[in-house]
Every structure is written in C-alpha cells, then in structure tokens.
Design a protein around this ligand. Sequence first.
Ligand code: RIB
Ligand code: CA
Length: 333
Amino acid sequence: MNGVTTPIVIDTDPGVDDAVAIMLAIASPEVEVKAVTTVFGNVALDATTSNAGRLLALCERADVPLAAGAARPLVHPQRGLAAEWHGTDGLGGRAAALPAPAAPDGRTAVELLADVLRASDRPVTLVPIGPLTNIALLLAVHPELAGRIGRIVWMGGSLGAGNTDGFTGGPPPRSAEASTHQTRGGGVAEFNAHCDPEAAHRVLTQADVPVTMVPLDLTLRCPAGPEWIDALAAAGPRCAALAAVITHYRAAFRERYGIDAVAVHDAVAVLEAVLPGTLRTTAKPIAVACDLGPARGATVGMPEGSGPPVQVALDADTDKVLAEILERLRRLG
Ligand code: RIB
Ligand code: CA
C-alpha cells in the first residue's frame, strides 16, 4: 500500500452479502468510504436504506454520509425481489437486532454521489453491488462528472448461467440433481442485471467510465463454508452480528443448492476495489438483453470490436480472496 487511500462510494441493496461487503470496505484502510448510497433490489428501498444505516451504526461509522436513491428500475417494473435469500427484512431476519440505523443524509443518492465526485481531489471508485439504476441516473444527470470517476467496480452479470428464474427474481426451487443445478444455475440473468437491464445497458455499453464487472461466473467460485463462518462468528461482537445475519442466507443455500456455504458475491467486488488486480479480468464488450422475454437481463460477452470493452473478472485465487475478506472482517472485532 503506498499510503494513499482510494476514495470509494458503495451503492448497495443490503442484502446479506452487501452487509459483508460494506463491513469489508470499512475494515480496509486502503480505501476511504466517502459515502454509501442505496437502491432497491434484494428488498425495497426503505429496507435497503435502513439496513445500510444499521450496518454503519454497527461499525460506529455513522459519520459516513448515507443517501437513498432509486426505489424502482428506470423503465420496466422489477420482476422480483430476493427476500427468499436475504429474508423479508433484507438481513436474514436480524435487522432489528442491529443498532438503530444511522440517519440518511438529506440528499438523494445522485446528489450525494455528485457532491463526492466534485469534492474529491482524486478519482473516485464507484462500487455498485446492486442494480445499476443510481449509476445510470448519475451519468445521465451529471455527464460532466464522468471524468471524476476512476472506475466502476460492479458486482453483477453472468456470462454463464444466471441466478434468477426469469420472472420471479429468485432461483428456482432446488432441482433433483443439486449438483447439476449448481452448475446450470437458474435462468439466464444475474439478479442485479435482471432488476434493471436498461441501467446495466447504459453503464456497460457507453464507455464513458472504465467498468470492471464481477460476475456470478467468479463469485459463485468463492463459497464461504462452515469454517469461514465459524471463524467470523468468533472474531468479536460485530463479526458475530454479521455471522447471525448470514444464518438465513446459509439455510437458503443449503436448501436450494445442497451445500453448506454462502456466496459472498458483493464482498468479492469490494475486495477488487480495495486491492486492484486481485481479480484477473478479460476485456470483453458486454451486451444486455433489454427485451421483455424470458432472457431479460442476460449479460452476453460479445466479439472484440463490437463495443467498448468491459473488464470482466473471470478468475482469481479464490482461497486467497476468501481468506483476505475474512482477515479484514476480523479486524472489526
Ligand atoms: O446476484 C447476486 C447479487 O444479487 C448480489 O448483489 C446480491 O446482493 C443480490 O443483490
Ligand atoms: Ca447486492
């Protein structure tokens, strides 16, 4: 670390893996969390905002400005939430057990993002870990600020199988062949892209800001198993609270995939923002299916030259990724 911290903003829909990601960022001295902005997604905006505020309070970081953004997608209605995975409160039924939420800022997410970009003396890394609606709106309202964004690191998309079953927004019930289901996944669209394909199209295909996309193809290869979760739970009260939040998510993975492990999707993306280059990327134009058919939200790798390249993270030392995330979380106690 050269001693210079990277300013970041996390745009999030907490969400259990979002909770892991937010706490990872707070625990990482390489980045300065300049703001947290919220978006609809796993659960509705009021819950994602309250959850983000609770997580900041849990980490005694109510100083971090928090602002709510989009309550719904840009064009077509959201086709399904992910409460079956994240609990109806978005934090595995444990939201009320966390501290009272830090109060949101009076600004909207777009206003707060713009203010952070204007005020920063260094390019800001934006880390959206939910639908890309707020980022698309920011780029539409403030095109003059695109040059102040160092890069966007997005958890979302999938070049292979998705994790939505087309219309409900959640994976289908566990298949008879659990292992086959794991490899094929559910549907063709990944949840964050599925929530707002038009926003994903805007951000991924118009080249005004460098984008690193962290898709399911990699995040599903980073399963946090029992030893990881137990070590987290034993690391202190904040980590124990996070481990309790994970419990419902863990049961959902066990029930649907037949494995005792959880995908910490969003934390993998945050780790890339914290330690650039941790994930190995391939430059590839991405197309997003924005029709209203069953493939809506699919993200497809396209031929070189067919559009601006996106840095798609397809490989990493997955054991090292999980160990690094855990080691940092444990610093929170
Ligand atoms: O597909 C995984 C993504 O969808 C993660 O961001 C998770 O939090 C859900 O929002
Ligand atoms: Ca998320």
